[in-house]
Design a binder for this molecule. Structure first.
Ligand SMILES: Nc1nc2c(ncn2[C@@H]2O[C@H](COP(=O)(O)OP(=O)(O)O)[C@@H](O)[C@H]2O)c(=O)[nH]1
Ligand SMILES: [Mg+2]
Length: 306
């Protein structure tokens, strides 16, 4: 019955690498947000839509909140905080395993967030993630006490975004906080993210895994052509690098790295689209693109609202 239907927006915020995108994928049972072991993988605000019998939750996966400088980072932070504004409930995701090992990082990572959250007048839940990695569960109590110093009186949940432990409890609790109202999106829609964008993101994810250290932060991927036929989709994407010297690294010896990226991304795209995919990748140099407002906007950065 529509009178019982609840719908609303939940922002997933937190430091980079806490597991926000993994959590979103876990909740939806589908991969719509890319994930990597390196921080700051997520650049755009990604929406994931969960629809159940009498409930629709629109999740905003946001870039991590961090303190780095530069125009792109300003855009990322803006996008993360835009999620805060446009949501009914906020879930703050924290890497519990990291903080058990390095408690001094708590203050460093959450200070920016504490400041902003103190002004938020909506339910905020703290999700302590990666508990599957915490072998000694006795460490959870001191960790919780430490975290509560920054967020007094907030509800705490222990979850594993990776294997799903504790996630159902969070969803139940979140659902009860959402306003009554009709669904915001059709019930079969899982995301508002366009397929072209998802394709570019999958390429970027593979680059994150195959390239070392800093380089992935200076890469952007854009789909330039998308030709859909009955059984085949032909996709042409450009990988932008910031320097000439980055180009051979991305391409690899006799094109080997680019080939590996292409194969891995193609296989996932074929699964996603249910069709054969021909994926053509090009590498182009775009100096200082991370400071180029027009280009950043063309990548969809800068925060979008639901
Ligand atoms: N063991 C474990 N790893 C996780 C969990 N959640 C995320 N990760 C890993 O942490 C890394 C960062 O995850 P990601 O979702 O990209 O973090 P985000 O930057 O907050 O979106 C990835 O390597 C994930 O596989 C979890 O619950 N348990
Ligand atoms: Mg992410």
């Amino acid at each position: 019955m529509l009178e019982d239907f609840r719908s609303g927006v939940v922002a997933l915020i937190g430091p980079p690498n806490a597991g926000k995108s993994t959590l979103l994928n876990q909740i939806l049972g589908e991969k719509i947000a890319i994930v990597s072991p390196k921080p700051q993988t997520t650049r755009n605000q990604i929406t994931g839509i969960l629809t159940r019998d009498n409930l629709q939750i629109v999740f905003l996966d946001t870039p991590g909140i961090h303190k780095q400088k530069g125009k792109m980072n300003d855009f990322l932070i803006k996008s993360a905080f835009a999620g805060l504004e446009s949501s009914d409930v906020v879930c703050l995701v924290l890497d519990g395993d990291l903080y058990v090992r390095k408690p001094h990082l708590i203050a460093k990572e959450v200070s920016l967030i504490v400041e902003r959250l103190s002004k938020v007048e909506k339910p905020v839940f703290i999700l302590i993630n990666k508990v599957d990695k915490i072998k000694n569960k006795n460490t959870l109590l001191p960790l919780t006490e430490e975290i509560l110093k920054f967020f007094p009186e907030k509800d705490i949940f222990y979850i594993s975004a990776l294997n799903g432990d504790g996630v159902a409890q969070v969803l139940n609790k979140v659902a009860r906080e959402l306003p009554y109202g009709p669904p915001l999106y059709p019930e079969d829609q899982v995301s508002t993210v366009p397929l072209r964008f998802l394709a570019a993101e999958l390429v970027r994810e593979k680059l994150f895994y195959l390239l070392d250290k800093e380089l992935p932060y200076y890469l952007a991927v854009q789909v330039e052509d998308w030709l859909e036929e009955e059984n085949l989709v032909t996709i042409r994407a450009v990988i932008y690098v910031a320097r000439e010297s980055h180009k051979p690294i991305v391409i690899g010896k006799r094109g080997s790295r680019l080939k590996e990226v292409g194969t891995k991304a193609r296989l996932e795209l074929e699964e996603l689209l249910g069709k054969k995919v021909f994926l053509e990748l090009w590498v182009k140099v775009k100096p200082k693109w991370t400071e180029n407002t027009g280009f950043l906007l063309s990548l969809g950065l800068g925060g979008q609202v639901v």
